[in-house]
Ligand binder design. Sequence first.
Ligand SMILES: Cc1ncc(COP(=O)(O)O)c(C=O)c1O
Length: 418
Amino acid sequence: MNVDPAKLSLSNFLGGESDDPLQPPPSFTNWMQLGAWAVELYEPELLSTADARTTINYAGKPQSVINFCSYNYLGLANHPDVLAAAHEALRTHGLGACGSPMLSGMTDLHRELERRVAKFLNREDAMLFNSGFGGALGTISGLLRKSDVAILDNRSHLSLRDGAILSRCRTEKFEHNDPASLDVALARQKGRRQLVVVEGIYSMDGDFGNLQEVIDVADAHGASVFIDEAHSMLSCGQHGRGAAEHFGVEDRFPLVYGTFSKAFGALGGFVAGSKETLQYLRFYAHPYVYSCALPPVVIAAILKALELGTSQPELRAKLWENAEYFHAQLDKLGFDTGASTTYVMPIVIGDRELMYRLGHELRRRGLWVAPVDYPAVPQNRICFRACVTAKHTRADLDEALNILEDTLVPALLQKQSA
Ligand SMILES: Cc1ncc(COP(=O)(O)O)c(C=O)c1O
C-alpha cells in the first residue's frame, strides 16, 4: 500500500492479504511499525489503583498522572469497604466460580446480587454476566431472531451491534439521537418484530440518549426499546438508577442493561426485567450459559459498591459537580467537547498525527486521557476522551486544565491558522 501512513486507519486492514488467516496482513504489521510511537499510547500499564491520581508506565519509567482514563466514576474501585468485602469473600468462597452459572458457578453471593439489583431497579428479576460486553451481546443475541430487526443508534457500542449480528437478525441504523431518522427506519422495516437499541449515556460522545423522544417514536410503531445504561448506572438519576431515572422514563423500558465495570468499579454486566423474560434469556444467552460466572470475590465487592452507591448520594452529587466545573472550564478555554453534557467529555483535535503527538506531550506532563481514533469516532472528530470522577479534587481538575491549556491550546490555534 503506497499511501501516507498517517492517512490510514484500522479500517484499511480488514482484507485478507495472505493465504493463511493466522498471518496478519503484512501491510498492517508495517503500518504498526511505522506508527509505533503513536501506538505506545495504547494498552498503558497501570502501576497502581485506578484512582484520580495514579502511576502508569510511560516510556519504561513510572510516571505520576492525573487519571481521566478510568471509568471509576464514584471512586468505588478502591474504596476500603469494597476491598474488605472482597477480602472476606476470598476467605469464605475462594477465588474462582469455577463453572457456568447454569451448572456450578452460581453461589449464594451471586443470588444475593441478583436480588439486590432487581430490588434496586424495581424489577422482578436480574441476571449477571461475567462481562459487560458479554451481557449486552448475550442479551441482544439471546432475544432477537433471524426474522427480527434491530434498529440501533449509529453511535451504539459494538457489544450491541455484535449481538445483533450474532442473532442474524436484520440491522438498521438511525442517526444519533434523531427521532425523525428513527421514524424512517422503523417505517422501512414495518411488518417485522422491531427492537430499538439506545444508550443512557453514549460512551464516546458523553451525551445523554434522547430517551423520551425515541420511546415515543418507537411506541408509535409498536416497537420495543432496549437501554444500555453502562455509563449511567449508579452515577445518574436521583437514586442512581441511570439515565432512565434521570428522565423519568424507567417504566417505559421493560428491560434494562448495565455494567459493573464503570461506576461500580468492578467487572461484569447485568440485565434486569420480568421473571419470564429472564427465565427465557438464561437459556439462550450464550455468554451466560457457556462461560464461567464472575468470581465470588468480585460479586462481594459489587454488593458493597451497590450498597455504598445507593446509600451515599453525595458521591453522585460530587461527580456531577466536578463534571459541571470541568465542562465550564473547558468551554472557557475554547475546546470543542461536542454534544457532551456529562462526566464523559471528548476534547476534539480532529487530526490523527497531532492527536498522538499531543497525547505523548500530555502524558509527559502528567495528564492521562484516552486517545480516540477513527473508526471509533469520525475522522474529523478524532479526540481525547476525559472521564471526570467524584474522586477528583478541585486541585486535580485545575492542574489538568492548566496542562490542557499549555499543551493543546497553542497547537490547536496553530492548526487553525495553517
Ligand atoms: C455502552 C457500553 N456498553 C457496554 C460496554 C461493555 O462493558 P464492559 O467494559 O463492562 O465489558 C461498554 C464498555 O465500555 C459500553 O461503553
